[in-house]
Design a protein around this ligand. Structure first.
Ligand code: DHB
Length: 308
C-alpha cells in the first residue's frame, strides 16, 4: 500500500512521522529518525540558546497516556542549523519546529533555521510548560501578529502547531486568523496543557515541574485531537493540509485521523514508549487496514468521515 503523502508540495515517503518533542532533541535521535521508517524528521522545538529544560522527573507514561513538562530542552538553533543539512542524506523531508519564550526569540530562530532550508517549518504556538508563559495559540491576535512577522522571514512552507481548542468559537476565530495570515499547513494538536496525574498509592504528583501540572498526550487525548482535525478540516473546506497528532498508538488510530481529514499523522507518546520501531508497526497496521477496507490510497479516505 502506498502511504506516501504530499503537504504544501513536499512529498513524504509515508504519512507517519514523529511528533516534535518525541526523541528528536539530539543529533543521535534525529539520525535515528532518519534511519527509521518515519516519513519525515521533525526536530524538537528550538529556541535561540541551548536549554536544559525543567527539573526531572518531567515525563511520565501510564496506561492512559503520558504527562510531560519538559520545559523546552533543546540544543539551541545554531546547533540545529548545523545538523539539518547533514540530515538530507536520509532522503526524507525535514520539518524544523521553531519556538521561543518571546516573539523576538521566534523571529531569531526562524531567521537562522530558514537559512539552512528545512523542507517545512512548524511554528509552535502551543508549548504549555514554561512557567509564567501562556500558550500563544490561545491568544488569536498575539498569534496573528507573530505569524505575520514570521511570514516575512520564512521562505519555506510555514505551518503552525496549535493547542487543542474546546469550543467552536475558538476554532472559527483561529481558522479565520490563519486564513488571513496565509499559513501552508496545520499540525494539531499539541498536548492538552496543564493536566494533573495523581499517584494514589504514594499520594503525590508524578512529575516535578509546576507542582505536577503538565501536557497530556497519548490515548486519552485522541478524541480531542480528532475533534480539532475535523473542525479545522471543515472550516478550510478540506483545502488546508493537516498533520494529525494525538493518541496514535495503532494503525486504526492513524486511520481515524485520516478519516477526519489528516494528510499525515505524527506519533509522540507511542514513539517514546516503543522507540523508532513504532513506525514500522504502524505502517504495517495502517497498510493492512486500508487494504482490508478496499482503499487504493490514502487520499481515497481522507476527510470522508460519515455523520449521522
Ligand atoms: C514542550 C512541550 C510542548 O508541548 C511543546 O509544544 C514544546 C515544548 C516542552 O515542555 O519541552
Amino acid at each position: 500500500m502506498d502511504l506516501s503523502t504530499t503537504i504544501a508540495n513536499v512529498r513524504f515517503p509515508t504519512c507517519l512521522m514523529n511528533a516534535s518533542g518525541a526523541l528528536c532533541v539530539t543529533r543521535d535521535e534525529l539520525e535515528s529518525l532518519g534511519r527509521s521508517r518515519s516519513g519525515a524528521i521533525v526536530t524538537k522545538s528550538m529556541t535561540p540558546a541551548f536549554r536544559q529544560g525543567n527539573p526531572e522527573p518531567r515525563y511520565y507514561s501510564f496506561s492512559g497516556g503520558s504527562i510531560n513538562s519538559m520545559g523546552l530542552p533543546n540544543l539551541g538553533y545554531p546547533a540545529y542549523a548545523a545538523i539539518i543539512p547533514t540530515l538530507r542524506r536520509f532522503g526524507k523531508p525535514i520539518i524544523a519546529s521553531v519556538a521561543g519564550l518571546s516573539p523576538p526569540d521566534f523571529l531569531e530562530a526562524a531567521r537562522a533555521v530558514t537559512a539552512v532550508l528545512p523542507d517545512l517549518i512548524e511554528v509552535n504556538l502551543s508549548c504549555p510548560n514554561i512557567p509564567g508563559k501562556p500558550q500563544i495559540g490561545y491568544d488569536v491576535e498575539a498569534s496573528r501578529a507573530l505569524l505575520l512577522q514570521l511570514k516575512d522571514i520564512i521562505t519555506v512552507p510555514m505551518g503552525v502547531k496549535l493547542p487543542p481548542y474546546f469550543d467552536p468559537v475558538h476554532h472559527k476565530a483561529t481558522a479565520r486568523m490563519l486564513q488571513d495570515v496565509g499559513v501552508d499547513f496545520l499540525s494539531l494538536i499539541n498536548s492538552v496543557g496543564n493536566g494533573l496525574v495523581v499517584d494514589p498509592d504514594r499520594e503525590r504528583v508524578v512529575i516535578k515541574p509546576k507542582g505536577g501540572f503538565g501536557g497530556l498526550g497519548g490515548p486519552m487525548i485522541k478524541p480531542v485531537a480528532l475533534a480539532n482535525v475535523r473542525a479545522f478540516w471543515k472550516l478550510f473546506d478540506g483545502r488546508m493540509p493537516i498533520i494529525g497528532t494525538g493518541g496514535v498508538v495503532s494503525g486504526t488510530d492513524a486511520f481515524e485521523h485520516i478519516l477526519c481529514g489528516a494528510s499525515a499523522v505524527q506519533i509522540g507518546t507511542a514513539l517514546v514508549d516503543e522507540g523508532a520501531e513504532v513506525f514500522q508497526r504502524l505502517e504495517k497496521e495502517l497498510g493492512e487496514l486500508l487494504q482490508r477496507k478496499g482503499y487504493a490510497s490514502l487520499s481515497a479516505c481522507r476527510g470522508t468521515l460519515q455523520e449521522l
